[in-house]
Design a binder for this molecule. Structure first.
Ligand code: GDD
Ligand code: MN
Length: 383
C-alpha cells in the first residue's frame, strides 16, 4: 500500500456529498463468512431503510465460497457488490481497496460477523454530516460501550494494544483498535498513499497516516458475540500490529515485510549464539562443528518464523515446506558469501571494521529478502 509520497492525493474539485449516489458505502472485509452474509444484508436493509447506500464485500477468495454467495444474493439485491481478490490476504488492505471502489462520499467499515452493532450506522452518519467531523468511530471504550463476552486475556490484550496505539496517533481516541467507523471519502483520499495497509488496524493506520489531526467523535456500542464462523485474529495478526507500529516509525519507503524479515533475522543471531554456546561450551564440540550447526539451526528457525509471520498470507504447508526450506537455506548461504565478501572488501579498503561489518550484513539481508521473496514464497499462480 505504501507508495510514493510525491504523488498528491487529488480530491476532485467541488467533491462533496450533494447529489451523490449512492450516499453511503458500507465496506465489509470477509474471509470465510458465507453464513453471515445473508444475515448482514437483511440487517443493513432494515437499518439503512430510506438511505441511498451500497454494500461492498471485499473477499479474499475465501475457501467457503463467500464471494459466490454474495454474487448470488446480489442478483436480488441491487445494492450488493463484491470485490474478490485472488492470491491476497489482509483485512486492512481489503478495507482500503473496498473504500476506493466506490463513488459514495461517506464510507462505513464494518465486520461481516455481526459483532459490530449495525443499528448505530444511521446515527454515525448523521453525526458525521452534522458536525465538523472527519470520522465517527463505534467505540467499546466510552460510557455505554462494552466488550461483550470476551475473556480476561483478550480484554487486557485489547487494552494494551489500544494504549500503545493511542501514543502512536497522539489523539485521545478511546478505541483506536475499533474496526467499526464511518468517514468522509476525501479523508481517506488525503492519506491513502501513506497507509501501511498491513494487518487488522485500519482505523489506527488512517489516524497515524493523515497529514493533519482528524476531527472525530466516538459513539458507544456493545461488541457482540460471533454467532457463526471463527475469528481470524491470531499471533500473525499481533505480529502485523507490531510491524505497523515500526512501519510508522521508519516511514513508508521500507516495505513492512522487509522490516519483519529483518527483525526475524536479528532473532536468528540469538538462536545462533545459543546453539553455538551449547555445542562449543557445553558439549565440547569443535568450534567449526558448533558454528556450522548453529548456522543451520538459525536458518531453519528464521525460515519457520518467516513462514509463520512475515508470509502468513502465503504460508507454505505440507510438501511445499521442504522445497521452501531448501530454497531458503540456499539463498541465505549465497547471502552469507555476499555479506562476508562485501564486508571484507570494505575492510581491506580501510573502512572502519564495524561499518564494514554492517554494510556486509545489510547486503546479505537485502539479498536474502529479495531472493526468498521470489523463490521461497512464490505468489500463488493465478487460477
Ligand atoms: N478480506 C479479508 N481478508 N477479510 C478478512 C481477513 C482477510 O485476510 N481477515 C479477517 N477478515 C474479515 C473477517 O471475515 C471479518 O469480517 C472481519 O475481517 C473481522 O475479522 P475477525 O476475525 O472477526 O476479527 P475479530 O472479531 O477478532 O476482531 C475484529 O474486531 C475488533 C474489535 O472491533 C476486527 O475488526 C479488529 O480489527 C477489531 O479490533
Ligand atoms: Mn469478529
Amino acid at each position: 500500500m505504501a507508495d510514493s509520497d510525491s504523488q498528491t492525493s487529488a480530491t476532485a474539485p467541488g467533491s462533496g456529498s450533494a447529489g451523490c449516489t449512492p450516499e453511503l458505502a458500507v465496506i465489509v472485509p470477509t474471509y470465510n463468512e458465507a453464513a453471515n452474509i445473508p444475515v448482514m444484508i437483511r440487517a443493513l436493509d432494515s437499518v439503512l431503510h430510506g438511505l441511498d447506500w451500497e454494500l461492498i464485500v471485499v473477499d479474499d477468495d475465501s475457501p467457503d465460497g463467500t464471494a459466490a454467495h454474495v454474487r448470488a444474493l446480489g442478483c436480488t439485491h441491487a445494492r450488493v457488490r463484491v470485490l474478490q481478490r485472488i492470491g491476497r490476504r489482509g483485512l486492512s488492505s481489503a478495507c482500503i481497496e473496498g473504500m476506493l471502489a466506490t463513488t459514495a462520499p461517506y464510507l462505513a467499515v464494518m465486520d461481516a460477523d455481526m459483532q459490530h452493532d449495525e443499528t448505530l450506522l444511521p446515527r454515525m452518519l448523521e453525526r458525521l454530516k452534522a458536525g465538523q467531523l472527519d470520522l465517527v468511530v463505534g467505540s467499546r471504550y466510552v460510557a455505554g460501550g462494552g466488550l461483550g463476552g470476551w475473556d480476561d486475556k483478550r480484554r487486557s490484550m485489547s487494552r494494551l494494544a489500544g494504549a500503545i496505539g493511542r501514543r502512536l496517533i497522539k489523539a485521545d481516541l478511546k478505541d483506536p483498535m475499533s474496526g467499526f467507523f464511518v468517514l468522509r471519502a476525501e479523508v481517506l483520499h488525503q492519506c491513502v498513499r501513506r497507509l501501511s495497509g498491513v494487518g487488522f488496524k485500519i482505523l489506527l493506520d488512517i489516524f497515524a497516516s493523515h497529514p493533519r489531526p482528524l476531527r472525530f467523535e466516538e459513539l458507544p456500542y456493545q461488541f457482540r458475540t460471533r454467532q457463526t464462523g471463527a475469528s481470524k485474529l491470531d499471533n500473525a495478526v499481533l505480529w502485523e500490529y507490531l510491524l505497523m507500529l515500526v512501519q510508522k516509525l521508519v516511514g513508508p519507503r521500507v516495505p513492512a515485510r522487509f522490516i519483519g524479515f529483518s527483525l526475524i533475522g536479528a532473532s536468528g543471531v540469538l538462536v545462533h549464539m545459543l546453539v553455538l554456546w551449547s555445542c562449543y561450551r557445553l558439549l565440547g564440540t569443535s568450534f567449526l562443528t558448533g558454528q556450522a550447526l548453529a548456522t543451520l539451526v538459525a536458518m531453519t528457525s528464521n525460515f519457520f518464523l518467516n513462514n509463520l509471520l512475515t508470509y502468513s498470507d502465503m504460508r507454505l504447508r505440507g510438501r511445499d515446506l521442504l522445497r521452501g526450506w531448501l530454497s531458503f537455506v540456499m539463498a541465505c548461504s549465497i547471502g552469507a558469501f555476499a555479506n562476508v565478501g562485501v564486508a571484507n572488501y570494505l575492510f581491506q579498503a580501510e573502512s572502519f571494521w564495524m561499518l564494514s561489518a554492517l554494510a556486509g550484513i545489510l547486503v546479505g539481508v537485502v539479498w536474502n529478502y529479495a531472493v526468498t521473496a521470489v523463490y521461497t514464497w512464490k505468489k500463488p499462480r493465478a487460477a
